[in-house]
Design a binder for this molecule. Structure first.
Ligand code: NI
Length: 242
């Protein structure tokens, strides 16, 4: 058992099972070789996908490291990526909604808001079955109306390396490693090859620092308790927001 598997096993023991099935049982039964006490927790999140080529490579890398993430999908990009989405769910990742057309939700009427969320959710239900499918509003833009309309938690973020901007892997990695703290939600985009590369380097570096990766839902369960509809969440706990 190498050190990364040991840390993953400790995460699984000290928190909640990250991976179900035989794999999780085998890990949990492994010897506890390191004492990490209460490890720092973090949630890695990816917006704007799915995109078969880049998202597939990301899933490969996350699976190798046994690290779960959260994917907020754009509905209009789902067709043709059904297998990828089934794989996300099967490998323990959380899946949410990033609207159907990647729109600013505060510009929408109530009816259009319901359509943007509802159409995407209906696709996910078709592919994966019933589920909660929380919302990440594009650009993180929300207002009181949206908070009232939304029937689930609104998930924003606390660490944003702006990975879409210059696509400079070294800068993206350094930016996250400089700012990340226990309880943070990191925003990235799985539609860029550079972001996939950066994300996997970030995972390796944070595993080295003893971090445990959780889905947003798992992190909330550890730190905040019951999710509340229409509530905006940026990190868990909410304090220490920069
Ligand atoms: Ni987006």
């Amino acid at each position: 058992m190498n050190w990364r598997r040991v840390i993953a096993a400790v995460c699984a023991l000290s928190l909640i099972p990250l991976f179900s099935g035989e794999e999780g049982i085998r890990q949990a039964a492994g010897p506890a070789q390191v004492e990490v006490g209460s490890p720092p927790l973090v949630a890695l999140t990816f917006d704007d996908g799915p995109r078969n080529k880049t998202t597939g490579a990301l899933l490969d890398g996350l699976a190798l490291r046994e690290v779960p993430a959260t994917f907020f999908l754009v509905g209009s990009r789902i067709a043709g990526s059904e297998e990828l989405i089934r794989r996300m769910a099967a490998e323990g990742h959380q899946i949410g909604v990033h609207t159907y057309d990647h729109v600013i939700v505060t510009d929408l009427s109530r009816e259009d808001f319901d359509l943007q969320v509802g159409k995407t959710r209906a696709q996910l239900i078709d592919i994966l079955g019933e589920g909660e499918y929380w919302l990440r509003p594009p650009y993180g833009i929300v207002d009181q109306s949206v908070e009232q309309w939304c029937d689930c938690p609104l998930i924003l973020w606390s660490v944003d390396p702006e990975d879409w901007k210059d696509k400079d892997v070294d800068r993206i990695v350094a930016s996250v490693l400089e700012h990340v703290k226990d309880g943070d939600i990191i925003l990235m985009h799985d539609i860029f090859q550079t972001s996939v590369e950066a994300a996997l380097r970030i995972v390796d570096a944070l595993l080295d620092r003893g971090y445990c990766f959780l889905t947003v839902e798992q992190l909330m369960a550890q730190r905040q308790g019951e999710p509340r509809r229409g509530e905006v969440y940026r990190r868990f706990p909410p304090e220490n927001l920069e």
